[in-house]
Ligand binder design. Structure first.
Ligand code: AKB
Length: 317
């Protein structure tokens, strides 16, 4: 039996991960949320929920005690573009909030998963097949919080024995909960336009490659890393994971294979473009493959077919 608290359970990753964890484990899988972002529908009906604001250490501790939590998925974060508009809040949630989680985990002996991102790399990092261990000098507040979070999580593991683990997520693409404020979000929005029969205005320039991943693979990574045999882990915070890398032209033409009349034009957003230009083109995920058996299942074509069909059903409902 496993008792899990998901902080940020109604967000892009949380809403799907909470349901998946409830399908796997039969303990308390608690949907932590902040007022104004309450769980709805099957997320609300299918298990317990608690108000857990990551900036409030007491709320985290109370939920952990009440539900006898042994694992915390810490998914509270501002995505990269929105973080750039609110850097103070991004730090408060991403680093001060993580500190609150780690302190509760230290006292109450919980394992902690905190996602990192391709955004933890910067201009001075090798761009292609970016290695697991390399120079990291991000110039965005998002990247600064991600690198700080990785270091803090490793510190809590080494110093206090807290079982902290993490993956560096690429842009996650899903038909369930739309993302908000990310640099990679165009690769979700483009499917909405295609299914609605609208032309798509792309905020990222042709030729800008970034790593992306279909949500089912992302969810599996978050669960498998927490299930991995600790004796095999050389790294912990955080693992490069990868499944596909493309630029706007490649995804556009892939969608056109299935939606022949689909049109795209460019209206580049300078903020998102500058962030994208500082990120890797593709990551090398050899360490994740070797240390805990990571394997993606979806490539671009499989993802496009599934996205178009599932989003089509969802938007008609
Ligand atoms: C973003 O674009 O901010 C996120 C990410 C890659 O971390 N999707």
């Amino acid at each position: 039996m496993k008792n899990v608290l998901i902080i940020g359970s109604t967000g892009q990753i949380g809403s799907e991960l909470t349901m998946k964890l409830r399908g796997i484990y039969n303990g308390n899988i608690v949907a932590g949320y902040i007022p104004g972002a309450e769980p709805k529908g099957e997320l609300k009906e299918s298990g317990p929920a608690a108000i857990v604001d990551i900036t409030n250490p007491q709320q985290i501790a109370e939920a952990v005690s009440q539900y006898n939590i042994d694992t915390i998925y810490n998914l509270a974060a501002l995505l990269s573009a929105v973080a750039e508009m609110k850097p103070q809040l991004a730090w408060k949630i991403g680093v001060d909030g993580l500190f609150n989680v780690l302190e509760v985990a230290r006292e109450k002996h919980c394992a902690v998963f905190t996602p990192s991102s391709i955004g933890s790399f910067g201009d001075s990092t090798p761009k292609d097949k970016t290695p697991q261990d390399t120079i990291r000098e991000p110039r965005t507040i998002y990247g600064v919080t991600k690198v700080s979070g990785e270091l803090l999580s490793n510190y809590y593991h080494i110093r206090f024995g807290v079982d902290t683990r993490s993956v560096r997520f690429p842009g996650l693409i899903s038909y369930v909960t739309p993302p908000g404020g990310g640099t990679t979000d165009y690769a979700v929005d483009i499917y909405y336009s295609a299914v609605k029969g609208e032309a798509f205005e792309c905020p990222i320039a042709a030729g800008t490659f970034m790593d992306m991943m279909y949500m089912p693979d992302g969810l599996r990574a978050a669960i498998e890393i927490m299930e991995a045999n600790p004796d095999k882990l050389v790294h912990r915070n955080s693992f490069n994971i990868a499944s596909m890398s493309f630029d706007p032209e490649i995804i556009y033409h892939n969608i056109q294979k299935y939606v022949p009349g689909f049109q795209m034009k460019y209206k580049v957003d300078p903020l998102r473009q500058a962030i994208a230009d500082s990120w890797p083109n593709s990551l090398d995920d050899t360490c994740a493959r070797e240390e805990w058996g990571w394997r993606p299942e979806f490539d671009l074509d499989a993802m496009t077919q599934d996205m178009l069909s599932k989003l089509g059903i969802r938007l008609k409902a």
